[in-house]
Design a protein around this ligand. Sequence first.
Ligand code: SF4
Length: 80
Amino acid sequence: MSRATDAFEALSVAMQDNSPACKDDDRFISDDVPAATLAPICRTCSVYDLCAAFGELDRPKAGTWAGKRYKTNAKKRGDQ
Ligand code: SF4
């Protein structure tokens, strides 16, 4: 297993007992909502550290992860 897969597994396990702040919030999967808008919500999330660890390892091309986007075509770092 890769480190990213391990991190995702840890995040998934944690989310079974701790509902993430983004649950049922479609803005986190939208490309039209700036990550900076969602980052304050992430900072209140009980699984923030695990989500951030996965994001940094996997750099998902879709969605917002721990207040960041990892799209390679982001216009500027501030949009990530
Ligand atoms: S830290 Fe991750 S799991 Fe928590 S609200 Fe943000 S994107 Fe969702």
